[in-house]
Design a binder for this molecule. Structure first.
Ligand SMILES: Nc1ncnc2c1ncn2[C@@H]1O[C@H](COP(=O)(O)OP(=O)(O)OP(=O)(O)O)[C@@H](O)[C@H]1O
Length: 371
């Protein structure tokens, strides 16, 4: 039976997907009234606000979706507070409800399967954020569900590295993490002006990290990568409390001075009973197109640190222009120059990370019964 035009418009609009939530407008109950008058169809689509670009993008998507159905105008209507409260209820999973009432992140509830990976370094500028962003994007390209918590309060660079500029959307009191290259991101950088120095006190940081872990709609994740601030400060302590299942990976450059400070941060993690699983040496060498290696920052530091910590050296990432340019332009090198040497090394790093698998943990509650 031929459907009328209103039904067709409602169906097309309902099929649009809110990428950050990962559900269609129909599933979310956000298609409003669709009526027609004098051969003109007027449709309403509810949306949850955010930056003006979000509405502009949605308007263009909606118009494109119904463009071939004749004269249709789509009006975007921001969801009112009652509608937001209803949507929030709809999006809350039982795990999120439990997480909120106990203020324990879903990643730390019993039975959680997300691998939580803390990326740490001794000092700033060694490429920890670039490694985090590229590893996350490569994992997402392989079909894994990935989030990044940018906890590097002294230099939140993840949004810029992934080309994200807008503030996260908020449904009632639930924060939606913006998504780039398939990776969900939450960062202090979304909330503060890049040029304004922010002085964070320990308790304030602790509270913010808790909020980012508990009040953000992360959904189900295979990996949560945490870009940690360099050094051994308060944030590591907060992370240990909120995410005791974190595995730590240490990024260093090959210089011996860098290795010494990196070792300090690795030892701090060990003290907090967070397992250090591997070392990544970055900026290992510049390689000419002819294959000549120039170890600009010295050599051997990553291997030395790995030996001292009793873990594997997982990668020696070269210094490349493409990696730096990718970061500057907000498109990670694994996406914009997949054949670059750095991309090859980053893919090999992700292979290793995946093959290492999660840490095996002793479960005190499981005991072998003897008769
Ligand atoms: N292998 C590399 N080749 C070329 N440039 C690199 C490489 N790794 C990092 N960079 C560049 O070095 C700079 C610092 O990198 P990044 O911000 O990732 O470091 P970081 O350790 O996270 O520093 P911070 O903690 O200060 O944010 C960036 O401009 C980045 O593009």
């Amino acid at each position: 039976m031929a459907r009328n035009i209103e039904e067709q418009v409602a169906e097309r609009l309902g099929a649009l997907v809110d990428d950050e939530i990962g559900e269609s407008f129909q599933q979310l109950g956000l298609v409003g009234t669709v009526s027609s008058r004098l051969r003109r169809v007027n449709a309403q689509l509810h949306y949850v606000g955010g930056a003006p670009e979000v509405a502009q993008r949605l308007q263009a998507q909606a118009e494109a979706a119904v463009g071939d159905l004749g004269s249709v105008s789509v009006e975007l209507v921001p969801l009112d507070p009652a509608g937001q409260a209803e949507l929030r209820e709809r999006l809350m999973t039982p795990a999120m409800l439990e997480a909120r009432s106990s203020r324990t992140p879903v990643f730390s509830l019993p039975g959680a399967t997300t691998r939580v990976i803390g990326v740490s370094s001794g000092k700033g500028g060694v490429g920890k954020s670039s490694v985090t962003a590229n590893v996350a994007v490569e994992l997402a390209r392989r079909g894994r569900r990935v989030g990044i918590l940018d906890a590097d309060v002294y230099g939140f660079s993840i949004p810029k590295l992934l080309g994200l500029a807008s503030m996260p959307r908020v449904i009632d009191d639930l924060i939606l993490p913006p998504k780039a290259f398939g990776v969900k991101v939450m960062s202090l950088g979304f909330f503060v002006d890049e040029d304004t120095p922010v002085i964070w006190r320990g308790p304030m940081l602790h509270k913010t990290i808790e909020q980012f872990l508990v009040d953000v709609l992360w959904g189900e994740l295979d990996y949560l990568l945490v870009d940690m601030p360099p050094g051994t400060g308060d944030v590591a302590l907060s992370l240990q409390q909120f995410l005791p299942r974190s595995e730590i990976f240490v990024v260093t450059t090959p210089q011996s001075a860098a290795v010494r400070v990196a070792q300090r941060s690795a030892l701090a993690a060990k003290k907090l009973k967070l397992p250090v699983r591997g070392v990544v040496e970055n900026m290992s060498a510049f390689v000419t197109p002819g294959g000549e290696r120039y170890p600009i920052f010295g050599s051997g530091g990553g291997a030395q640190l790995a030996t001292e910590l009793g873990v594997e050296l997982l990668a020696e990432l070269p210094l490349t222009m493409a990696l730096r340019e990718g970061g500057d332009h907000g498109t990670p090198v694994v996406v914009h120059s997949p054949s670059d040497l750095a991309s090859e090394s980053l893919r090999a790093l992700v292979d290793k990370l995946e093959s290492l698998g999660p840490v095996r943990r002793y479960r005190g509650d499981l005991k072998v019964q003897s008769r």
